[in-house]
Design a protein around this ligand. Structure first.
Ligand SMILES: Cc1cc2nc3c(=O)[nH]c(=O)nc-3n(C[C@H](O)[C@H](O)[C@H](O)COP(=O)(O)OP(=O)(O)OC[C@H]3O[C@@H](n4cnc5c(N)ncnc54)[C@H](O)[C@@H]3O)c2cc1C
Length: 471
């Protein structure tokens, strides 16, 4: 495990922060409008709390809109299910099956369906990230949330365990925004860290099997991007005609011609367990249908070997953003030049940002570990009824367990709630399964409810006694 980090605010620094005028105040301020922050703001506002949402991009949705990850799944009720219904009503859900996309199930180019038997039945639904962002903007508006887009959170002023204000930068300059309760929806626990809560840096071991060199590196983030104008039937015709299902022959030809950078199609660290097989290394194009016929989303994972901490190191972040843009350009160029069916394809969208899978892990009043899941642990302050989830870390084993409210409460700060990918979970536990979209929306809804209830009772979230599962 990485060592515990702690940002200790300097008195001088606090004075500088305190000098910023308070431009706005609310009962609840939510920082970050991804699935967690969006649902938190919506739930708090629906309970009557005056609520401000601060989001650095032009819409809520985080990885799933600005980051283009438009996978749609119904979820476990509540705001997530409502959201999917709103997307469907707005006509922004697109579904493919074995009838509309033959030869997709079992195709090695498929991100999600590669493991299926060729020709088997499947159904994959996605939403159009741009249209979905519009729906989410409207839902916040309808609930009376005051959302400030184009607004970056940069710091927090906390004294004696209470945050009094956050500092933001936007078109108005540098401003302070005050609240009674704050919610961290940054996806990387940035608010918790800047307010002085302890955290563990992203990164950790791989399952100890062949291929791991013992160095702790973060699970790589990814830049998602979209190509339109793809004639997939032509791709399949080539795969069959040339007995080249993974396009290995074309990749080899392009590599020999110097048309592909070394790190683009690198071998998976196969045999190294869950993460190695799932996300580390990327030997072929990795794609999934989205939005409309002939349109596919691609994954551009940052090479694991680079060991970049994109959430807390500007040099690492910048290197990843630049390199992934270069990879996107190179991959699109390769597909168009070498792969039949891509001749008329074009890059129609690149994510506004590179999604971070393994940022800071804040330490809460309880830190959920994989042992809790393995033991099927139950808690008096469980926020949901027992949930069954599959863990990559344990070779896709399923466990039924609960999550305590204390995972939403960072140590050292009384008026801050955590959500989504910023919950107090360990590295092995939080990756992927405990970070998926429906769960992150659920956690936001729980945090928003906790904020609303705390305000109604005139207490801090940490003083709230949690006795009933919310979901
Ligand atoms: C590359 C990638 C692929 C994924 N694929 C899937 C998938 O297929 N299916 C699935 O279910 N889950 C997937 N996930 C997981 C899931 O997307 C995330 O765990 C989830 O989006 C986390 O939600 P969140 O609200 O905590 O954070 P995010 O979605 O990261 O949202 C954080 C929001 O906060 C904003 N923000 C951050 N810092 C600041 C700041 N300083 N000031 C203002 N705003 C700020 C960001 O702009 C963003 O809108 C994927 C994640 C990644 C990174």
């Amino acid at each position: 495990m990485q060592s515990v980090q702690h940002q200790v605010p300097q008195a001088e620094h606090e004075l500088t922060l305190a000098a910023n005028p308070v431009a706005l105040e609310a009962d609840v301020v939510v920082v970050g409008g991804g699935p967690g922050g969006f649902a938190a703001a919506l739930r708090a506002a629906r309970m009557g709390a005056s609520t401000i949402l601060l989001e650095r991009y032009d819409m809520p949705g985080g990885v799933h809109t600005a980051g283009l990850q438009g996978a749609a799944s119904a979820g476990a009720g509540g705001i997530h299910t409502e959201l999917m219904r709103r997307f469907a009503d707005h006509g922004c859900i697109y579904t493919v099956t074995e009838k509309t996309l033959p030869d997709w199930a079992g195709n090695p180019l498929s991100h999600y369906e590669a493991r299926l038997q060729p020709g088997s039945r499947f159904s994959r639904s996605t939403f159009n990230p741009e249209a979905a962002g519009n729906v989410m903007v409207r839902m916040l508006d309808e609930a009376g949330v005051r959302a400030l887009y184009g607004t970056s959170f940069v710091d927090a002023l906390a004294n004696s365990g209470t945050i009094s204000r956050v500092i933001v930068q936007n078109a108005s300059g540098t401003q302070a925004i005050g609240a009674k309760i704050f919610i961290d929806g940054t996806g990387t626990a940035e608010l918790a860290a800047r307010a002085g809560a302890p955290f563990v840096r992203g990164g950790g071991p791989q399952p100890a099997t062949a291929g791991w060199d013992g160095v702790h590196r973060p699970i790589p983030g990814a830049l998602l991007w979209i190509m339109s104008g793809v004639d997939f039937a032509q791709v399949v015709a080539y795969q069959k005609r040339e007995s080249d299902p993974t396009l290995a022959k074309l990749i080899a030809a392009a590599q020999a011609a110097g048309d592909i950078p070394d790190d683009l199609y690198r071998p998976r660290l196969s045999g190294t367990g869950a993460y190695g097989n799932a996300y580390i290394g990327h030997p072929t194009p990795d794609m999934s249908p989205i939005q409309a016929p002939g349109t596919f989303i691609f994954w551009q994972n940052v090479p694991y070997e680079w060991g970049l901490h994109m959430d807390d190191d500007a040099q690492d972040h910048s290197r990843a953003e630049k390199s992934m843009r270069e990879f996107v350009d190179a991959e699109a160029g390769f597909l168009k030049k070498y792969v039949p069916g891509f001749e008329n394809a074009f890059v129609s969208n690149v994510g506004r940002y590179l999604g971070i899978r393994d940022g800071r892990h804040p330490l809460g009043e309880y830190v959920l570990s994989i042992d809790d899941a393995r033991a099927g642990r139950r808690f008096a302050d469980a926020v949901t009824r027992p949930m069954t989830k599959t863990f990559f870390w344990d070779s896709y084993a399923s466990y039924t367990f609960e999550v305590p409210y204390r995972c939403f409460l960072p140590r050292n700060i009384d008026n801050l709630l955590l959500t989504g990918a910023s919950l107090s979970f360990t590295y092995e536990t939080i990756f992927m399964v405990m970070r998926n979209f429906p769960w992150c929306t659920q956690t936001g809804e729980i945090a928003g409810y906790a904020a609303g209830l705390s305000l109604q009772r005139g207490i801090a979230p940490k003083a709230l006694e949690w006795t009933e599962p919310y979901f």
